[in-house]
Design a protein around this ligand. Structure first.
Ligand code: ZN
Length: 130
């Protein structure tokens, strides 16, 4: 065994280790580029402050109220806040309102078809009075 084979062994071992680590230089570069991109995924259009990709709307809103208190149109900072209601951050109120409207509509439809309870009761009361 000459020196050359030892070098080969060492190289092979290094490659094996790198494979064990799971990432090549290229992958590492791509990962860090993605991390950098994610770290600055959202940007305030007014002051250009950047936010993580997973920032939540309330945090963006906090930035607006802290840094741009005069702003009334949130989308001037973050277009993604279009349609966001700070009083209804999860859209629960809007959902409940839509549900109530649907129920009202269903009740109305029920009333329109067939005799409704009120008129039946009315007729019954009139009969009873006779
Ligand atoms: Zn800002």
């Amino acid at each position: 065994m000459g020196k050359g084979s030892n070098v080969q062994k060492a190289t092979a071992a290094r490659e094996r280790n790198q494979k064990k680590m799971g990432k090549s230089d290229e992958e590492r570069k791509a990962a860090s580029a993605k991390a950098a991109k994610d770290a600055a995924a959202k940007k305030c259009l007014l002051c250009l402050q950047t936010f993580m990709v997973n920032v939540k709307a309330p945090q963006l809103l906090l930035h607006i109220t802290a840094k741009h208190p005069d702003l009334t149109d949130y989308t001037q900072c973050f277009p993604e806040l279009a349609g966001y209601d700070p009083n209804d951050p999860k859209g629960e109120k809007a959902e409940a309102a839509a549900k109530a409207a649907a129920q009202k509509k269903a009740a109305k439809a029920k009333k329109a078809g067939g005799p409704d309870l009120d008129s039946l009761l009315d007729a019954g009361l009139k009969k009873g009075k006779k």
